[in-house]
Design a protein around this ligand. Structure first.
Ligand SMILES: [Zn+2]
Length: 260
C-alpha cells in the first residue's frame, strides 16, 4: 500500500457535535469532540459524511407509532435520523469489504421495536443490517457488542432473524473477555457481514472497569481477522457508549487501528 492510502472510513457529521437535542450522557457536550480531536487527525483515516436515514429504513426496525412519537421532538428526531443514516453508510462501506467506523449519536443498542432507554432512540445496528437484508445484500450477520451494557434493543430488533448471531461478552476481566470473544467466533466459518456495537464504557476508568486501551485494539484486531477469514473482510462498527472523556478518543483510535 502507498503512503497516502487510506485504510479506514470514519462516518461522521459536524451536526453530531450539537448537544442541545437531549439532556443525557450520550449527548453531553464535548463527548464527540474528545473522539474526533484524536480520530479526526489520524492520517490513515478518511472522514465521510452520512445522509439522513429515510423513514422506510427506520420502519424496518421500529413500530410506526413509535417513530411518530419520536417526531414530537423535531431536533431529537433529526439527530436520530442522521445517526441511523450514519449506520447505514457504515454498513454500505463495510459490505464493499472496506472497514468503517461510524462516530454517531444518539447511540442505538437499547432501542427496541417500540421503546428505548439508555440515551438511545433508533436501533442503528438493527436498521443498518435489516436494510442490507431487505436489499438482498446479506442473509446472515454476526454482531459483537462490547459496550458495558447488554445491547437489549439490538437483540430484540434482530430476534426473528435466525441467521443473525449476537454476542455480548460478560467476562469480568480483559483476559477472559478477549477469550470469550475468540470462543464465540472460532466455530463460525462463514457469515455475510460482521457488525460491531462499539461501546467504550467497559474501559478500566469508565463504569465497566475491565478493559484497557490495548484491549480495545485487540478486540478490533480480532474482529478484523474474523471478518477476513469468514466474511470476505466485510465489517463495520458503530459507536455506542463511552463516558470517560479524557481517554475516549484514544480508546476509539485504538479500536479503529486494530479494526482497519
Ligand atoms: Zn453502555
Amino acid at each position: 500500500m502507498g503512503l497516502n492510502e487510506k485504510f479506514m472510513k470514519i462516518v461522521f457529521h459536524e451536526k453530531f457535535y450539537e448537544s442541545d437535542y437531549a439532556n443525557d450522557g450520550a449527548s453531553v457536550s464535548g463527548r464527540l469532540e474528545s473522539i474526533m480531536s484524536v480520530v479526526g487527525n489520524e492520517p490513515s483515516f478518511e472522514i465521510v459524511h452520512p445522509d439522513f436515514a429515510r423513514e422506510e429504513d427506520v420502519l424496518l426496525a421500529h413500530a410506526p407509532a413509535y417513530v411518530e412519537a419520536i417526531k414530537s421532538n423535531a431536533k431529537r428526531y433529526s439527530m436520530a435520523m442522521l445517526s441511523a443514516g450514519a449506520a447505514i453508510l457504515a454498513a454500505d462501506i463495510g459490505i464493499s469489504g472496506e472497514p468503517a467506523f461510524a462516530c454517531l449519536r444518539p447511540p442505538g443498542h437499547h432501542a427496541s421495536y417500540e421503546s428505548a432507554w439508555g440515551y438511545c432512540v433508533f436501533c442503528n445496528m438493527g436498521i443498518a443490517l435489516l436494510k442490507l437484508k431487505a436489499n438482498k445484500m446479506i442473509n446472515s450477520a454476526f454482531v459483537l457488542d462490547f459496550d458495558a451494557h447488554t445491547g437489549d434493543g439490538t437483540k430484540a430488533v434482530l430476534s426473528n432473524w435466525n441467521e443473525c448471531r449476537i454476542v455480548n461478552p460478560y467476562a469480568e476481566n480483559g483476559k477472559l473477555y478477549l477469550k470469550e470473544i475468540q470462543d464465540a467466533i472460532k466455530d463460525i466459518s462463514s457469515v455475510d457481514i460482521v457488525g460491531v456495537c462499539a461501546g467504550f464504557d467497559a474501559y478500566e476508568k469508565d463504569m465497566g472497569k475491565k478493559l484497557s486501551t490495548f484491549d480495545f485494539y485487540v478486540i478490533g484486531d480480532i474482529m478484523k481477522n474474523f471478518a477476513k477469514r469468514a466474511a470476505n473482510g466485510r465489517r463495520f462498527a458503530l459507536l455506542e457508549g463511552g463516558y470517560y472523556l479524557p481517554d475516549l478518543g484514544k480508546n476509539v483510535l485504538s479500536f479503529c487501528q486494530g479494526f482497519q
